[in-house]
Design a protein around this ligand. Structure first.
Ligand SMILES: Cc1ncc(COP(=O)(O)O)c(C=O)c1O
Length: 396
């Protein structure tokens, strides 16, 4: 049995986000903090517990104070995003090619609709964000699996499987860059190989890059469109990195002018974001009032959280094998050695009162896995991992 002092020591130096108050968080009415009874610690859905950035808070507060809750204007956010892309990724985006969307997934859905027709195969890379397969299917396209590979401790795209699926007639690839739930960032070389093989087969790439701004310090995120493919649409949003998914706003960017025109031609009701979402995203991407500094602070904290999670799991549950994430606040846990069956998250919830995302939400490849959300404070991460261990202790 590990002493509490030893576990506290694993947390190490406090970060600026370690002082979160669970009682205050429980007053949030968003899904994460209201889906379960109060004795359950939520560590599932991709919302962070961190406060909003000062720039986003000031912008939203001013809007509310001014009764500024009307319809969005469309020109400022693409310019703010283009500035962010240049500063952060040395990527030149033409603001005229960026089309506002209500959220990331509606951008993904509209892209698939524009680029493919009913019955077309769309390749995706499970285990992956669950709505991908459901959206492909709901649109009348055929979801085709090219499961992620796992080699030398790293999850990666299986380019051969994608090549085979495209050779067999699939018309598009739905990429998750960075990848949820594994946290993997494809290298520029892997992305280039994907671009080349899509071009070879005359196929399209739809790239969901919502986790891109959350590349951990020292990790290089490459926006797909920086490589210059024309047959592509990329979707970005401030929703994950600035923790504003409830504000409903994203950007879809076409790889060439014709593709962007097709996005622009969508009916208004399919693509209008919320005004508050546009204001918040513009403040976030603008980098004013400490915007990029805030993002740096967040990613530094997340890097510490990943290190803490590895150390705590190694100490308390060494049979669990965590993925090595390059980005984000989600940790993909291989729990198969625990012998808890296909859904270890059920045991953690029922016996430990901590809610992780069940691995099966990400496809059949997730059997025996669970996803832990570490977008919280060190003490709350310690609490989550301790509850997981308590579940094992009572597993008989
Ligand atoms: C890869 C990925 N895409 C899309 C979303 C949803 O984003 P939005 O709420 O902006 O649609 C998520 C949320 O977790 C995600 O992880």
């Amino acid at each position: 049995v590990q002493s509490p002092g030893r576990l506290q020591a694993i947390l190490g130096e406090p970060t600026p986000f370690d002082g979160l108050d669970a009682r205050q968080l429980r007053r949030r009415r968003s899904y994460k903090w209201s889906a379960y009874p109060p004795d359950v610690l939520p560590a599932f859905v991709a919302e962070m517990d961190l406060p909003l950035s000062p720039a986003v808070t000031a912008t939203l507060s001013a809007a509310v104070a001014a009764g500024d809750a009307g319809y969005a204007r469309e020109d400022l956010l693409p310019m703010a995003f283009a500035g962010f892309a240049r500063r952060r990724w040395s990527w030149e985006v033409d603001p005229d090619c960026a089309v506002l969307m209500p959220d990331t997934m509606s951008g993904v859905a509209r892209a698939i609709e524009i680029l493919t027709v009913s019955g077309d195969g769309v390749v995706f890379t499970p285990p992956v964000y669950g709505p991908f397969a459901r959206t492909i299917e709901r649109l009348g396209r055929k979801p085709i699996e090219a499961p992620m590979g796992y080699a030398a401790g790293r999850w990666q795209l299986d380019l051969e499987a994608i090549d085979a699926a495209l050779a067999a007639g699939a018309r598009a690839v739905l990429l998750c860059n960075p990848h949820n739930p594994t946290g993997a960032i494809p290298t520029a070389a892997e992305l280039q190989a994907l671009v080349d093989l899509a071009a070879h087969h005359g196929a399209w790439i739809v790239s969901d890059e919502v986790h891109g701004p959350l590349a951990l310090p020292g990790q290089q995120f490459t926006p797909l469109l920086k490589l210059g493919p024309s047959r592509a649409i990329t979707i970005f949003s401030a929703s994950k990195a600035w923790n504003v998914p409830g504000l409903k706003c994203a950007l879809a960017i076409g790889g060439d002018a014709a593709t962007s025109r097709a996005l622009n031609a969508l009916a208004n009701e399919l693509r209008h974001p919320s005004h508050l979402g546009v204001l918040a995203a513009t403040a976030a991407f603008d980098g004013v009032a400490g915007g990029d500094g805030w993002l740096d602070q967040v990613t530094r904290h997340l890097a510490v959280q990943h290190e803490r999670a590895r150390a705590l799991l190694g100490e308390l549950m060494p049979l669990i094998r965590p993925a090595r994430a390059d980005a984000g606040y989600l940790l993909w846990l291989d729990c198969r050695a625990l012998n808890l069956g296909d859904a270890p998250a059920t045991a953690f919830l029922e016996r430990g009162r901590v809610a992780l995302s069940p691995g099966l939400e990400f496809g059949t490849q997730g059997a025996g896995f669970a996803r832990l959300n570490l977008g919280t404070s060190g003490p709350l991460l310690l609490e989550a991992v301790s509850r997981m261990q308590a579940a094992l202790a009572t597993s008989g």
